[in-house]
Design a protein. Structure first.
Length: 652
């Protein structure tokens, strides 16, 4: 059974959906202000770089470098300048800055960051050189420590070409294959999509139904009853009969014992019936779209998931129908206004707890707990018999003393006794019911708090956003390797390659404040540009498992590309569109519209970083060039490469 997704309607090819929901974590690692010191801007820029968002990383690291010159800053500056793009995507100013990098960087001392800067510098120089000229830099790269070596392999993928590209690609692919399912990915990645859990709340018991009128009635009737009992005792004392006096006292004692135990008996019966109605009685349907309906869906899923051993699923669901309905109603009442994702842990905890109680044969334990003990029943019956016999004998014996007064006294005694017994029974039962409900709420809250502590401990190793980006990058490299293998190409055979990451419809998503959306399922598009044309590979990625599905391949000539672009709708929804001359259109929504902004976020910021993380800028650069120039783009690309190499490595 598949765990129910959050309410997220995302996109796949040729599809368009509306506003989406998702989990936003409060971590503020991507948030900065203009007043932040250079150290903070560097740290945030590095977060963006590791999150595969090179554009904001370049901006922040450039700002940091102006007032914070260290070997580490220079290392990350070089990475940010080349990450996620080719040399052809550099502006003239950026080309000049890279060319003059040695005069810009004031390296000092000896540390791993300086070693990393040296290796990047040599790699930039080695682009396009012959095989024998790159052996030294490859050896230097292998000798680098971590994390410098891994960072270089991750971020120079697109920038380099020639023989060095094949060497780095081999190293990067080997690392990606090793890291793809590393760091306990399968056991941790799902935690990123869970929000901070809502703290359990105490279900307040229904207040006791003790209206003022009934309390006044009980007090008044009791006062009249006391006077009538005293008057009857006075008449019996006047008779001087000892046995009659003993019968009178027996009736009073029987009334006390009988009523006390009868009230306990009645409470147990009434409470058990109420529990039976709650768990076994007919239920009501939840309204579609309501919290109750969402809770019902989750409850049914988790109760089926935590099925007790050797219990038939259908029988289990039938047995717990009332329990599930009661839990649904409790959640709708207590957690009104709370997103179902934040209390999914609570539903899971209650379902597991119910299954454990079933294993211990405690599921219906309230029936045993509320069963009336034989002693209570016996005392209630004997007490009422003593009241009837002793009280009746005493009442009859008092009539001959003063007949008129005795008859009036007996009438008042019977009427007030009935009224006071009825009123006090209701008041006592209501107070006991409220006390029992409060105790049950306290026990439930205590168990829920223990469940929350266990859940928080389980979620303690939730992956960082950088880990999510790294796993996704590994998936992309493994997919690219499969595309190269299928088409029998080496990396240097590919003039350019590009990716598009699009979320799949109904895929759950989550992000950090200020960061891009991460999705449980992606549609990945790989474009390989070779001398013969464009080779496109489309797959569906199960990000939780790191597996690819629904493989589709499409080949077309350069001249077949009619147009490429990203359209923006009125609600800020972005759609990548590639149209071929035969009318075939590839349309993928890459960014949803109308994001609910978090504190410190500006309109369009989430969409912008999500597009950057999805690789859209580089993909557009490549495909727009092909759409504009066709086959000539390849020839111009080679010419531009030579010119750029000269511009980057030679002085003015």
């Amino acid at each position: 059974m598949t765990e129910p997704e959050h309410r997220v309607e995302n996109v796949a090819t040729d599809s368009h959906v509306g506003v989406q929901a998702g989990t936003v974590h409060v971590d503020a690692i991507y948030m900065t202000t203009p007043q932040d010191p250079p150290e903070t801007k560097l740290r945030t820029g590095v977060y963006f770089l590791k999150g595969r968002m090179p554009e904001p990383a370049r901006q922040l690291i450039n700002e940091a470098m102006a007032g914070y010159a260290t070997n580490e800053v220079y290392f990350y500056w070089l990475l940010a300048m080349v990450s996620g793009r080719t040399r052809h995507e550099l502006s003239k100013d950026e080309t000049a800055r890279l060319r003059d990098r040695r005069t810009t960087m004031r390296l000092w001392g000896e540390d791993p960051w300086r070693d990393g800067v040296r290796v990047i510098d040599r790699l930039l120089e080695s682009a396009g050189k012959a095989e024998e000229d790159i052996r030294v830099v490859v050896k230097d790269l292998d000798a680098l420590r971590e994390p410098q070596r891994s960072l270089i392999l991750e971020h120079l993928e697109l920038y380099l070409d020639g023989p060095i590209e094949n060497h780095l690609w081999h190293l990067a692919l080997t690392k990606a294959q090793t890291d793809q399912m590393g760091a306990d990915r399968k056991d941790r990645i799902w935690k990123f999509f869970h929000p901070v859990p809502e703290k359990p709340r105490r279900r307040e018991p229904r207040p006791p139904d003790t209206p003022l009128g009934m309390r006044a009635q009980a007090v008044t009737a009791t006062a009249v009853l006391a006077i009538a009992v005293a008057q009857l005792g006075y008449l019996i004392m006047q008779s001087g009969r000892v046995l009659l006096m003993l019968a009178y006292l027996l009736g009073i004692a029987g009334a006390y014992i009988g009523m006390r135990n009868s009230a306990d008996w009645r409470f147990r019966v009434v409470r058990r019936r109420a529990k039976d109605r709650e768990y076994l009685g007919p239920g009501t349907k939840a309204e579609r779209g309501s919290l109750a309906k969402k809770a019902e869906h989750r409850i049914n899923y988790y109760f089926a998931k935590y099925l007790p051993f050797r219990v038939d699923r259908d029988n289990w669901l039938a047995e717990t129908e009332g329990i599930r309905r009661s839990l649904r109603d409790e959640i709708a009442e207590v957690y009104a206004g709370v997103g179902i994702e934040k209390i999914a842990w609570l539903i899971r905890h209650r379902a597991r707890e119910t299954g454990e109680r079933r294993k211990r044969e405690e599921l219906w334990s309230y029936r045993t707990e509320l069963a009336t003990p034989g002693r209570t029943r016996a005392l209630a019956i004997l007490g009422l018999l003593a009241l009837a016999s002793g009280g009746g004998w005493a009442a009859v014996g008092a009539v001959p003393v003063e007949p008129a007064l005795a008859i009036v006294t007996i009438l008042f005694l019977l009427i007030s006794g009935w009224i006071s017994a009825h009123a006090w029974l209701h008041l006592v039962l209501e107070r006991r019911r409220h006390t029992a409900d409060a105790a049950e709420s306290d026990r439930t809250l205590e168990a829920d708090l223990e469940g929350l502590a266990r859940w928080r401990a389980k979620m303690a190793d939730k992956p960082r956003d950088a880990e999510m980006a790294s796993w996704l990058d590994c998936d992309r490299k493994v997919l690219l390797a499969e595309a190269l293998r299928h088409y029998r190409l080496t990396m240097s055979d590919v003039i350019a390659h590009a990716f598009i990451e699009a979320p799949v419809r109904s895929s759950e998503r989550a992000r950090l404040r200020g960061g891009p959306w991460r999705h449980k399922k992606y549609q990945l598009l790989v474009f390989l540009i070779t001398q013969e044309g464009v080779r496109q590979l489309t797959v569906r990625l199960d990000f939780l498992k790191g597996t690819f599905h629904d493989w589709q391949r499409l080949n077309y000539r350069f001249e077949a590309v009619a147009s490429v672009g990203v359209s923006e709708s009125g609600n800020d929804e972005r759609t990548f569109q590639l149209t071929l001359v035969n009318g075939h259109e590839i349309s993928v929504e890459v960014s949803s519209g109308f994001e609910e902004l978090q504190q410190g976020e500006s309109p369009g910021a989430v969409s912008k970083v999500s597009l950057d993380a999805a690789g859209i800028p580089h993909t557009l650069h490549v495909l727009e060039g092909i759409a504009a120039e066709g086959k000539k783009w390849v020839e111009q690309q080679e010419l531009r490469t030579g010119n750029l190499s000269a511009a980057l490595n030679d002085p003015e």
